[in-house]
Ligand binder design. Structure first.
Ligand SMILES: Cc1cc2nc3c(=O)[nH]c(=O)nc-3n(C[C@H](O)[C@H](O)[C@H](O)COP(=O)(O)OP(=O)(O)OC[C@H]3O[C@@H](n4cnc5c(N)ncnc54)[C@H](O)[C@@H]3O)c2cc1C
Ligand code: SF4
Length: 330
């Protein structure tokens, strides 16, 4: 492992200035992804700027009802927060579905959004990989890809985004705040992860060296009836093969408001806009949920060994929405 410097920062501007001065520096959150990648030789920073002592741990409900989550809040604190559990239960469930208790105790919200793909070719430097070394090729397309993308991928990369948290944030229109060397800025999560195209190594729209400071969820009454469901190859401590975050508001048997996002199917958390459009104003029935899933998944382009994900996502979405509709009818 390459030698590196370590600096524990207590001031946001200082942390950002340090990264601007040192092009090989990385921010360090809980280190649960970055340190693993350093051991594997995938990441080789010259300096780690530890952000965990920055004053960015708070989780607060604002006067307008929005929820602001500090970037260094741990995944455990986020999942356990009473307002998160009450206003956005799917968000708490998504976090608890990820990793393990020990990992969630140190993993941060900012680090979770920037964790890298779990594609085995990306983490093994003996293989080519367009994401790690642009232009070197994508062995996953003809190789092992049973847990790779079915939506929004390209001929250059078919990796998925592994975050559970990100799926719930996508369903609830999260906005990411950051501090860059030339000042603060905001990015809706919908624009945070660019399309893969021919630049799979460009994973976010953040300015170079920007520090994520917070994530804000606008007030969304529909989110109070929401759920996150994850399918994985082990009952715990495993990344998703497919997941759904959904929220549903039903009035007189008709869908008044609905939010749906898919996980583990694309290079970013996948907001299911076509399904939402199909359902708004439709009867809250299993048939309408299935038709909406089909509308969303019409764009799927599975590879030879991951076609099962199309059926999986359809079944997941229908079962989660059916449960929410039954709850609403009680
Ligand atoms: C065995 C195992 C199982 C796991 N299972 C799951 C799972 O099922 N679901 C899931 O979602 N995740 C899972 N994870 C991933 C885990 O959730 C992430 O590793 C974690 O959330 C990353 O947070 P961190 O604070 O440790 O990030 P770090 O590892 O510290 O950093 C990750 C990246 O984010 C950057 N960064 C960190 N903070 C900031 C900031 N504030 N601003 C800008 N850049 C920043 C770092 O420079 C780095 O590039 C698993 C991890 C392990 C090791
Ligand atoms: S899918 Fe993406 S991350 Fe995996 S080998 Fe291909 S280019 Fe690399």
């Amino acid at each position: 492992m390459k030698e590196f410097g370590y600096h524990r920062s207590t001031d946001v501007q200082d942390a950002v200035a340090l990264l601007a001065d040192e092009p090989e520096a990385h921010f360090l959150g809980g280190g649960t992804n970055l340190v693993d990648l350093m051991k594997a030789g995938v990441e080789t920073p010259g300096l780690l700027v530890d952000v965990r002592n920055l004053p960015l741990r708070g989780i607060e409900v604002r006067a307008d009802g929005a929820l602001t989550i500090g970037a260094t809040a741990t995944n455990s604190d986020l999942a356990a927060h009473p307002e998160v559990r009450r206003r956005y239960p799917a968000l708490s469930q998504a976090v608890l579905a990820g990793a393990s208790g020990q990992l969630r105790n140190v993993a941060t919200v900012g680090g979770n959004l920037l964790q890298r793909t779990r594609c085995g070719y990306f983490t093994d430097t003996s293989y080519p990989c367009n994401k790690r070394v642009p232009g070197s090729g994508c062995p996953a397309i003809t190789g092992e890809h049973h847990n790779h993308a079915i939506l929004g991928a390209s001929e250059h990369c078919v990796a998925t985004n592994p975050s559970d948290l990100g799926v719930a944030l996508a369903a609830f229109d999260a906005v990411v705040s950051y501090e860059a060397i030339d000042g603060p800025g905001e990015l809706p999560l919908a624009d945070f992860y660019p399309a893969v195209g021919d630049t799979p190594h460009v994973e976010t729209a953040l300015p170079a060296g920007a520090l994520i400071t917070a994530v804000t969820l606008p007030a969304a009454p529909v989110a109070a009836r929401s759920r996150y469901r994850k399918v994985r190859e082990r009952a715990s401590y495993a990344f998703a093969t497919g997941s759904v975050a959904a929220a549903l508001d039903v009035d007189g048997g008709v869908v008044r408001d609905v939010r749906i996002a898919f996980g583990a199917v694309a290079s970013r958390p996948w907001r299911a806009h076509a399904a939402e459009r199909s359902l708004t104003g439709a009867p809250a029935t299993a048939e309408a949920f299935a038709a909406a899933a089909d509308a969303e998944l019409a764009a799927a382009k599975p590879l030879p060994h991951n076609g099962y994900k199309v059926r999986l996502m359809r079944n997941l979405m229908v079962s989660v929405l059916t449960e929410l509709a039954e709850e609403a009818a009680r």
